[in-house]
Design a protein around this ligand. Structure first.
Ligand code: NOJ
Length: 547
């Protein structure tokens, strides 16, 4: 029986390039992380998820790996990584690494060899196909850059890339590739890490004949043929066996995953993952991806939250998050920048008290918001460029930029705002990317001193959770389901109950307690305003009561 320590923990995600620069070259690094570990610990966090630290040409900022067993020189080296790992462990922090195995960089030595000929030892490491009647092997579009096939003159063949051109998909059907993966896993586990976050792991097994997808979907139309593919469980069970040799856990990313599919990975004979990131609650203001927007709809958000809370209870364990390096900042989306503090704290309460393991993304704990750069040329993210240059081309530049402002992944990748000094205290050099101009107001140092700041509220919630059986293990019941302004839920464990009340309104709201608690005095243990008024919720007010 594997230990399930991850269930009572809270994780902090580091996207290192923008976290903290320890050597003054303008790029966040492991020297910076080393310095900031006590800060992370002070939040009430128990573990760190590192987005990729490996050498990479950065076509997709680390998710295009050119050496799996090393550290990108921008971030330090293996020795520095080990120092960070040891210090993290000495502070009681677990460390998990990103395992990106659906694809490599096209600059990975495997691919450099593979593309040379059809009969070299690496020729079958990737998914190569001949042209079909003078056309591409099939009609798939990639997620990031036009069609999913790129021609390679040396082999007179095409290779598949579900993401960017510089991210060729690995051929997981090749047992040698799977051996390589296992060796990578062992390399990091032997060094002492505690687990993996597994990138788009549900995509790694493709249907044999790679049939055409629907022609009228201009992005990822091949997904039915690579999501939860034919051998996925077999391959993941192989990887699981490696993990079982260590006391570690596996968290899979499951884009567009359904409850049924998620449970097939987390339970039963095929159990290969402990946790899964699903995307349902990230679609309350967009369709399919942030690039196709719609107005924020609280009911959609609540439905997604409650659906997963109910379905996994007693069967598997939820992963709770509102932000990561792939999504714009949550206050700019589901909250309100004009009620920055109130909506940032309310959003924290609304998800941190659900059942599951919470993840907090760097900067989320101080309420960082989206950046609005003037021109598309200032953006770095490959998928933002794809969106700008491939869709809605008839729209005016202003309109397209508006969409980028609301949806770009770069908004969550601006340098961390540590204080109000130059460059937000992120670096003494020239920052690699734009610092959000609001850093003078929104930064760690300023929020340290304000008792009701977003930062201090995250701390309060995370410490509370840790020490509360009902917050950790309680069952979940939602109330006021039809409300488009209130999110109310209860947690129950043995004889203890918590009631969580969150207002998504920018106006004052009358609040009547749920029936079963009418007339019973609960103890208000957390509130994001200093002097709550009986029966009235202030804009974006949130409360946690113990009963
Ligand atoms: C999911 C990662 O989170 C994202 O950043 C990346 O671009 C894609 N997978 C491709 O690796």
């Amino acid at each position: 029986m594997k230990t399930e320590w991850y269930k009572s923990m809270a994780f902090y995600q580091i996207w290192i390039r923008s976290f903290y620069d320890g050597n003054g070259d303008g790029i966040g690094d492991l020297y910076g992380v080393y310095e900031k570990l006590p800060y992370i610990k002070s939040l009430g966090i128990d573990g760190i998820w590192f987005s990729p630290l490996y050498p990479s040409p950065n076509a997709d900022y680390g998710y295009d790996i050119s050496d799996y067993k090393n550290i990108h020189p921008d971030y330090g080296d293996l020795e520095q990584f080990k120092k960070v790992l040891d210090k993290a462990h000495s502070l009681g922090l677990k460390v998990i690494m990103d395992l990106v195995i659906n694809h490599t960089s096209d600059e990975h030595p495997w691919f450099i060899e593979s593309k040379k000929s059809k009969d070299n030892p690496y020729s079958d490491y990737y998914i190569w196909r001949d042209a079909k009647k003078g056309k591409l092997p099939n009609n798939w579009y990639s997620l990031f850059e036009g069609k999913a096939w790129e021609y390679c003159p040396e082999r007179d063949q095409y290779y598949l890339h579900i993401f960017a051109k510089k991210q060729p998909d690995l051929n997981m059907d090749n047992p040698k590739v799977r051996e390589e993966i296992k060796s990578i896993m062992r390399f990091w586990l032997d060094m002492g890490i505690d687990g993996f976050r597994e990138d788009v792991i549900t995509f790694i097994s493709k249907v044999d004949n790679l049939p055409d997808g629907l022609p009228f979907i201009p992005v990822a139309n091949g997904m039915p043929y690579y999501k939860d593919g034919p051998h996925i469980h077999e391959y993941l069970r192989e990887f699981r066996r490696v993990c079982n040799e260590y006391d570690c856990f596996q968290l899979g990313e499951g884009p567009m995953t359904t409850i049924k599919s998620a449970l097939s990975y987390m339970t039963g004979k095929n159990k290969s993952l402990d946790l899964m990131f699903h995307f349902d609650h990230m679609l309350a203001d967009c369709i399919y991806t942030e690039y196709i927007q719609r107005p924020f709809n609280l009911r959609l958000l609540k439905r997604a939250f409650s659906k997963w809370q109910k379905a996994l209870n007693g069967k598997a364990w939820n992963t709770l998050y509102l932000e990561n390096h792939d999504h714009p900042r949550i206050i700019s989306r589901y909250g309100n920048e004009h009620y920055h503090r109130a909506s940032g704290t309310m959003l924290a309460i609304c998800y941190l008290f659900q059942q599951g393991t919470p993840f907090v993304y760097q900067g989320q704990e101080i309420g960082m918001t989206n950046i609005k750069l003037k021109s598309i040329d200032q953006y770095m993210d490959v998928s933002s460029h794809n969106n700008y240059h491939s869709f809605h081309l008839k729209d005016s530049i202003e309109k397209r930029m508006e969409r980028i402002h609301a949806s770009s992944r770069d908004s969550s990748r601006t340098p961390m705002q540590w204080d109000s000094s130059k460059n937000a205290g992120f670096t003494t050099g020239k920052p690699w990317f734009y610092v959000n101009p609001n850093y003078k107001r929104i930064n760690v140092a300023a929020e340290e001193n304000q008792p009701y700041s977003i930062l201090n509220l995250y701390r309060k919630c995370l410490y509370y959770r840790k020490n509360s059986e009902v917050a950790l293990w309680g069952d979940y019941t939602e109330y006021y389901k039809a409300s488009s302004l209130l999110y109310v839920y209860k947690r129950t464990y043995k004889n203890n109950q918590l009631l969580i009340v969150c207002s998504f309104s920018s106006h004052h709201l009358r609040w009547h307690n749920i029936k079963e608690f009418k007339g019973i005095k609960g103890k208000l243990v957390i509130c994001n305003y200093p002097n709550p008024i009986h029966g009235v919720l202030k804009p974006y007010e949130a409360r946690v009561y113990e009963y």
